[in-house]
Design a protein around this ligand. Structure first.
Ligand code: SAM
Length: 287
C-alpha cells in the first residue's frame, strides 16, 4: 500500500534551478526593461516554458534562446517553429560559443572591410545554482553586449550592486561595475514562481559602460588581479597578493597607490585597485 507523503517532507530541489515565472505582469516588466528591441538581437538565457520568450519573439528583430533542458528545448522549438526570428539552442549557456554566435562572420563583406556585428541585448531569469558563473561569463564577452537584464536571487542582486566598503562588495560587484552601470529595478516575491523558491528575486539592468580605458587597465589581467585580491575574503590584501608578486614590488605598488597592506579588497574602489595594478605592471615592465 502506498504510504501517505508527510506534508512537512522537504521538497526535492528543482532540477536545473527551474523556478518558472508564472505572472505575465512581471514578464512584461522584465522585457520592457530591455527597451526597444525591434532592431536588436536578443540572447535569452534559460527560456524554460517560454514566458519571456513569448513576448520577446513578438518584439525582437532576432531572438536566440539557450535552454539546457532537452524536453523544454524541444517544446520551445515546437511552440516557436513558425517564428522565423526565433532560434532555440539546446545547450549549456556556460559552454555556448559566444564568439561564433555574435562575432564577425568570415566571408561577410569584402576582404579588409570589417562589418561591425550588431550589439546584443541579454535577458534571463537565471538559474540560481550558476548565477555568478553566468554573470562572470557574460562580462568576458562584454564587447558583444549593449545591456543585460537579469532576474537573480535578491541577495545576489545586492552583491552585484554593492558599493566598495560594505561586506557584500566582492568579485561580482567589482567585475560588474568595471563593465557596466548597475541598476536594481524591482523585486519579485517567491509566489510569482512555480515552484516558489525560498527567497525573493530581483531584476537588475546592467548597461555596458566599460571603465578599463579610463582606469588604464585594458586587457584581461586586471580581472585576474581583482580575483587574486579577493582570494580569501577574510585575509588582508597583502596576504592575498603576496604569493603572486615579488614582495618588494608589491610593497612599492601599494605605497604608490596609497593603500595600506592591511587593507581588505572590499574596501578598495576600482580606482585604487587599478592604481595598484598599474604600479605592479610598470615595475614588472622595468625589471
Ligand atoms: N525563463 C523561464 C521563466 O522565467 O519561467 C525559466 C527560468 S528558470 C529560473 C531557469 C531556466 O534555465 C530553466 O528553464 C533551466 O532549465 C534553464 N537552465 C538551467 N541551467 C542552464 C544552463 N546551464 N544553460 C542553459 N539553460 C539552463
Amino acid at each position: 500500500m502506498p504510504r501517505a507523503v508527510s506534508a512537512d517532507r522537504p521538497r526535492s530541489k528543482p532540477k536545473l534551478g527551474q523556478h518558472f515565472l508564472n505572472e505575465e505582469e512581471y514578464a512584461r516588466r522584465i522585457v520592457e526593461a530591455l527597451g526597444d528591441v525591434s532592431q536588436s538581437t536578443v540572447l535569452e538565457i534559460g527560456p524554460g516554458r517560454g514566458i519571456l520568450t513569448e513576448q520577446l519573439g513578438k518584439r525582437a528583430r532576432r531572438l536566440i534562446a539557450v535552454e539546457m533542458d532537452r524536453v523544454l528545448a524541444a517544446q520551445l522549438r515546437l511552440k516557436f517553429g513558425m517564428h522565423r526570428n526565433v532560434e532555440i539552442i539546446e545547450a549549456d549557456v556556460l559552454a555556448v560559443d559566444i564568439d561564433s554566435l555574435f562575432g564577425p562572420k568570415p566571408g561577410l563583406g569584402r576582404p579588409g572591410i570589417e562589418i561591425k556585428p550588431e550589439p546584443v541585448k541579454v535577458v534571463g531569469n537565471l538559474p540560481f545554482y550558476i548565477t555568478s558563473d553566468i554573470v562572470l561569463r557574460l562580462f568576458k564577452f562584454a564587447k558583444y553586449f549593449e545591456s543585460i537584464v537579469i532576474m537573480v536571487q535578491r541577495e545576489v542582486a545586492d552583491r552585484i550592486a554593492a558599493e566598495p566598503g560594505g561586506r557584500e562588495y566582492g568579485v561580482l560587484s567589482a567585475t560588474a561595475q568595471l563593465h557596466a552601470r548597475v541598476e536594481k529595478l524591482f523585486t519579485v516575491p517567491p509566489g510569482a514562481f512555480s515552484p516558489p523558491p525560498k527567497v525573493f528575486s530581483a531584476v537588475l539592468r546592467l548597461t555596458m559602460d566599460p571603465q578599463q580605458q579610463r582606469l588604464g587597465v585594458v586587457g584581461d589581467g586586471f580581472i585576474d588581479f581583482i580575483r587574486l585580491s579577493f582570494g580569501q575574503k577574510r585575509k588582508t590584501l597583502w596576504n592575498n597578493l603576496k604569493g603572486s608578486y615579488d614582495n618588494s614590488q608589491l610593497k612599492r605598488a601599494l605605497a604608490a597607490a596609497k593603500v595600506k597592506p592591511t587593507a581588505r579588497a572590499e574596501t578598495l574602489s576600482l580606482e585604487q585597485s587599478a592604481a595598484i595594478y598599474r604600479a605592479l605592471r610598470e615595475q614588472q615592465a622595468e625589471s
